[in-house]
Write a protein that binds this ligand. Structure first.
Ligand SMILES: Nc1ncnc2c1ncn2[C@@H]1O[C@H](COP(=O)(O)OP(=O)(O)O)[C@@H](O)[C@H]1O
Ligand SMILES: [Mg+2]
Length: 285
């Protein structure tokens, strides 16, 4: 098991209007993991994410990057924001330049990198999200899905170690969700830590290495998706169960055991494969 890349210890945050959004929240995010952050609306996911790249600063408790406490000085902020990139839920809150290339250049230019390095990073980032062809387009002419990709490219151009995305699948059609998942998986396979907020239990069950469930500004449960998302307390909080787990346990009730070497299917494709294997074995015996 890899070590934690980001840790929160007893972090509390109150908005100026008096709302307690995080209350003694303690969380660990494992390096190079795919982590899904879940929880009802208002549970504190977005507030947590804004702490991760220091847009908000805790009223109590502390955040650590590896073993180092977050440094809120000017240089410290620059450093943490280049290591932990945040993609907002709404791309219109993130994009502000006239054209795609200009928007993606903004971050690396602000790091004070030489022009040739900025150009290289921008090309690389646009390529990673499949947007090279669109780099001269005005941002306001892009579709929602394209805007989302440009936001991700803007963050990737900073070459972060951790990519944090607030409900990235919301508003995307099924195909675009699959494409985005492939992009995130590719980045994670290259060693990046990926943290996303999602309401999609089935997606989290099949995709994540770890699931963190928030409730009223603190962690309700965290760990392996198969453990966390099959707990009745978590299911009650999230208002649902993983569909694949429901099917698997219904089939078990009628004597069909889909376990393969003790492992249960976690995604639709694994479920279909397991059913195929099961019926193949039945026909042969
Ligand atoms: N700018 C704000 N001012 C006051 N309260 C806020 C603000 N943003 C969020 N909140 C409150 O903080 C709590 C946590 O919200 P949020 O972090 O957005 O949760 P989530 O992303 O899980 O839906 C909620 O009670 C919400 O109403
Ligand atoms: Mg939110």
């Amino acid at each position: 098991m890899n070590e934690a890349i980001i840790s929160l210890a007893d972090v509390s945050y109150r908005y100026p209007d008096g709302t307690d959004a995080l209350t003694n929240c303690s969380i660990k995010i494992t390096q190079a993991s795919k982590t899904a952050v879940m929880g009802a609306n208002g549970a504190g996911k977005t507030t947590l994410f804004m702490h991760l790249n220091s847009l908000l600063r805790p009223d109590g408790g502390k955040l650590l990057y590896r073993r180092d406490p977050f440094d809120y000085s000017r240089t410290g902020l620059r450093d943490i924001r280049s290591k932990i990139g945040l993609v907002f839920q709404n791309p219109d809150n993130q994009l502000f330049s006239a054209c795609v290339r200009e928007d993606v250049s903004f971050g690396p230019m602000n790091l004070g990198l030489p022009e040739s390095e900025v150009r290289l990073r921008v090309e690389e980032a646009l390529k990673a999200v499949g947007m090279q062809e669109t780099s001269d387009k005005p941002v306001h002419n892009l579709s929602y899905g394209q805007k989302k990709r440009v936001c991700i490219a803007g963050v990737l151009a900073m070459r972060p170690e951790v990519l944090v995305l607030d409900e990235p699948m919301a508003g995307l059609d099924t195909l675009m969700q699959m494409e985005l998942t492939a992009i995130l998986d590719q980045l994670q396979s290259e060693g990046m830590t990926i943290v996303i907020a999602t309401h999609d239990i089935d997606f989290a069950y099949g995709w994540a290495d770890e699931v963190l469930v928030m409730q009223n500004g603190r962690l309700l449960a965290g760990g392996l998706p198969q453990e966390v998302l099959n707990s009745s307390e978590v299911q009650m909080e999230l208002g649902g169960k993983p569909f694949v787990a429901e099917i698997t346990s219904s089939l078990a009730l009628i004597g069909i055991d889909l376990r393969d070497k003790g492992k249960l299917p976690v995604s639709r494709s694994e479920l279909l494969l397991a059913i195929g294997d099961y019926s193949f074995i039945q026909r042969r015996t």
